[in-house]
Design a binder for this molecule. Structure first.
Ligand code: ATP
Ligand code: MG
Length: 284
C-alpha cells in the first residue's frame, strides 16, 4: 500500500515541496511532465495537480495528503486536517488600494468594489468588520483590476509588495498570513496513518534542521554560566576544555529565528571565534 501525496505540478510550491521529500531520503522516479510518480524506497506515490485542486482531492480521498498554501486551504474550506506547517511559501493576503488614497482604516472599503480570487476569506473579513462592499471574483491578474476600472481595491497575495507597487497600489490591511502546509484526509486507514507518521517523522527532522544552526564558540571559563544561559541547546550546551588554560569550547544549537539576537548577546558576554554550521537532519 502507498500513501498518495498531492503536490503542485508547477509553481511556487513545487520545488520546495519536492526538495523536502528528497531531503527526507525519498527518491521519486520522475519523468518530466508525468502526472504521477512512485517512490523507489518509501511507500509513497506523488500526484501533480494545480494547487487549487489539492484541498478538494485530499478531502475527497483521491489523494491521502497534500501540500498547499494556507491561503488556498482556507479559501477552499474543505474538511481537512492540517498535519504540519512547512515554513516555506510565506506570504500574506492583503487589501490594497490606489497609492494616492489617504487610507485611514477599514471604513474606506464601505460601498467599494473589491477584486479578488479569495471571495470566502474576504467575505469573512468584511462581515467581521461590518463592511458592506461588492466582491468581484477574478482569477489571475487581480492587481490590474483598479487600473482597468474593474474595481476600487484588490484583495490578493503579497510577499514583498513589489507587484502592488508596480501597479500603482499600496497595502492597506493584512488579513491573513500564509505558509505551505501539509493537509491530510480525515478518513485515513490505520495503515495509511502509519505511513503518514513515518513520513512526518522524516519531514520534521528535515524542517527542524533547516530552522536551526549548530554553533561553536570559545569562551573564558568565568563567562561559561552567562553563555550557557544564552544558549539552551537541545538539552544544555556541550562544554569542553581548550588546550589553552582557563578557556573552553561551547557547542550548541540555535534556532534561525533568534540567531542574530543570540550572536549579539554571546559577543557581549565575551564569546570568541564563533562558528555557525548548517545541520543536515535533526531528531529530537
Ligand atoms: P497553479 O497553476 O498550481 O494554480 P498558481 O499560479 O495558482 O498555480 P503560485 O503562484 O504557484 O500559484 O503560488 C502557489 C502558492 O504559493 C500560493 O497559493 C501561495 O500560498 C504561495 N505564494 C504565492 N505567491 C507567493 C510569493 N510571492 N511568495 C511566497 N509565496 C507565494
Ligand atoms: Mg492556483
Amino acid at each position: 500500500m502507498r500513501l498518495k501525496l498531492a503536490l503542485q505540478k508547477s509553481g511556487r510550491l513545487s520545488e520546495k515541496s519536492l526538495g523536502i521529500i528528497s531531503e527526507a531520503g525519498i527518491s521519486l522516479t520522475n519523468g518530466a511532465g508525468k502526472l504521477v510518480s512512485k517512490a523507489g524506497n518509501f511507500p509513497l506515490e506523488v500526484m501533480y495537480l494545480r494547487d487549487d485542486d489539492i484541498p478538494g482531492c485530499v478531502s475527497d480521498g483521491v489523494a491521502d495528503v497534500g501540500i498547499a498554501g494556507e491561503n488556498i486551504v482556507t479559501e477552499k474550506n474543505r474538511p481537512l486536517e492540517t498535519v504540519e506547517k512547512l515554513g516555506f511559501a510565506r506570504c500574506r493576503l492583503s487589501l490594497a488600494v490606489d497609492r494616492s488614497v489617504d487610507y485611514r482604516g477599514t471604513q474606506f472599503f464601505e460601498g467599494k468594489r473589491i477584486a479578488t480570487s479569495y471571495p470566502l476569506i474576504l467575505g469573512r473579513f468584511l462581515r467581521e468588520n461590518d463592511i458592506n462592499a461588492e466582491i468581484h471574483e477574478i482569477n489571475g491578474s487581480v492587481e490590474i483590476a483598479p487600473a482597468i476600472g474593474f474595481s476600487d481595491a484588490v484583495f490578493d497575495i503579497v510577499s514583498t509588495g513589489s507587484t502592488l507597487m508596480g501597479n500603482g497600489l499600496k497595502e492597506a490591511e493584512t488579513v491573513m498570513r500564509s505558509q505551505a502546509v501539509m493537509v491530510a484526509c480525515r478518513e485515513l486507514s490505520d495503515n495509511k496513518r502509519k505511513i503518514l507518521g513515518d513520513l512526518l517523522f522524516r519531514l520534521r527532522a528535515v524542517l527542524k534542521a533547516k530552522n536551526n544552526k549548530y554553533i561553536l564558540l570559545n569562551a573564558p571559563n568565568e563567562k561559561l554560566d552567562t553563555i550557557a544561559d544564552i544558549l539552551p541547546g537541545m538539552k544544555s550546551p556541550t562544554v569542553m576544555p581548550l588546550a589553552k588554560q582557563g578557556w573552553s569550547s561551547v557547542h550548541s544549537v540555535v534556532s534561525e529565528e533568534e540567531f542574530w539576537e543570540v550572536i549579539d548577546r554571546l559577543r557581549d558576554a565575551g564569546a570568541q571565534g564563533i562558528l555557525v554550521i548548517p545541520i543536515e537532519k535533526m531528531i529530537v
